[in-house]
Design a protein around this ligand. Structure first.
Ligand SMILES: Cc1cc2nc3c(=O)[nH]c(=O)nc-3n(C[C@H](O)[C@H](O)[C@H](O)COP(=O)(O)O)c2cc1C
Length: 365
């Protein structure tokens, strides 16, 4: 009946370590919990007797009209959840008219997924999530492959210069099983370790020497004709800087609580980012979206669309493509019901549904 039913059922199908990788988070998992709670605690103030006939969930995003404002977030190694992995997710996402953001660390070749996804007439957007690699030549070749395969935008993830301390995952002894790998990174050689002197940090004096910075955005834009969105923005000043660097959009995200524990919830960060961006580019949000009412609230706060993470993997675990499709169908149906019950004929009315009045977001240019 609900996305949480899918979660409960998926739990019974996976072993402890796959569960820990797919559904755990960093530290004490407080941000994971607060992402959920923040949407739940935001209340709606319904309007009645408004005309609703002919309503719809359509939104405009980067020059396209989408049937509804839901995209699947980039998630690595989906073959851990189901043998059909990313293929099943792509099939269901395209069929349900949702957008797909395909992870650099996917366990399926990016070309296969694109050709499957782009075949569906009613599909949503197809974007490629990029982690900048230490090897610029390799990164450039990866971007060129994504362009050639038909991906329509790049989503550069900027909130994970290092993996978070995912304690539950480490406790479970998680290792990628045979046959599940980041196949699109085949051929990438690990950077040569720098010899450290006493007192130097393996993190600051080695690993982070390869971390992306604002300068890399200009470089990335110079090697691609695709729009570049930045994923993992929480601070309004970073949102402003993203716009100044030519980003085509920002995604308010804390990586679903998988990087920095106790980072603010995305629902609480969203309004200031929307204000900072002033409609210059679309703002999207992810983290803790589990109900149609959550989607309505996000749009009401000024998001152009939302990304759905773990629930898609719960559906995938339970029933492959059918499970992902079911999750998307449930969420979209709930969104329509929430719109009708708050008096929103279209999502342009969503700000009126919020109990707390926020400055009315300016629609993106
Ligand atoms: C198993 C898993 C793998 C993920 N892999 C990536 C990834 O490769 N790249 C990325 O930018 N975000 C990744 N994320 C974060 C998601 O894109 C998204 O920000 C987050 O899951 C949203 O929160 P939600 O799961 O509460 O919906 C991953 C999340 C999960 C659960």
């Amino acid at each position: 009946m609900t996305l949480s039913d899918h979660e409960r059922h998926a739990r019974s199908l996976l072993d402890e370590s796959a569960w820990a990788y797919l559904f755990g988070a960093a530290g004490d998992e407080l941000t994971l919990a607060s992402n959920l709670r923040a949407w739940q605690e935001m209340t709606l103030l319904p309007r009645v007797l408004r005309p609703l006939a002919g309503g719809h969930t359509r939104v405009e995003l980067l020059g396209r009209t989408l049937a509804h404002p839901i995209l699947i977030a980039p998630m690595a190694y989906q073959r851990l959840a189901h043998p059909d992995g990313e293929h099943a997710t792509a099939l269901a996402t395209a069929a349900l008219g949702a957008g797909l953001v395909f992870s650099t660390q996917a366990s399926a070749p990016l070309e296969e997924i694109a050709s499957m996804f782009l075949r569906e007439a009613g599909r949503g957007p197809l974007w490629f999530q990029l982690y900048l690699q230490h090897d610029r030549g390799f990164t450039q070749a990866l971007v060129q492959r994504a362009e050639a395969a038909g991906y329509e935008a790049l989503v550069l993830t900027v909130d994970a210069p290092v993996q978070g301390a995912r304690d539950r995952e480490r406790r479970s002894g998680f290792r990628l099983p045979q046959g599940v790998a980041a196949v699109n990174l085949d051929g990438l050689r690990a950077p040569a370790a720098r010899p450290l002197t006493t007192g130097q940090s393996a993190l600051f004096d080695d690993l982070l020497c390869h971390a992306p910075s604002w300068d890399h955005i200009a470089w990335l834009r110079s090697i691609t004709r695709l729009p570049v969105l930045l994923k993992g923005i929480l601070h309004p000043d970073d949102a402003r800087q993203a716009v100044a660097c030519g980003a085509a959009g920002v995604i308010v995200s804390n990586h679903g609580g998988r990087t920095l524990d106790t980072a603010v919830s995305t629902a609480s960060a969203l309004p200031a980012v929307v204000q900072a961006v002033q409609g210059a580019v679309p703002v999207l949000v992810d983290g803790g979206i589990r109900r149609g009412t959550d989607v309505l609230k996000a749009i009401g706060l000024g998001a152009s669309a939302v990304l759905l993470g773990r629930p898609a993997l719960h559906g995938l675990t339970n029933a492959g493509a059918t499970g992902v499709a079911h999750v998307l169908r449930l969420l979209r149906d709930e969104l329509e019901i929430a719109m009708a019950l708050t008096g929103c004929r279209t999502l342009a009315d969503a700000p009126d549904a919020l109990a707390t009045v926020h400055p009315r977001p300016r629609p993106p240019a």
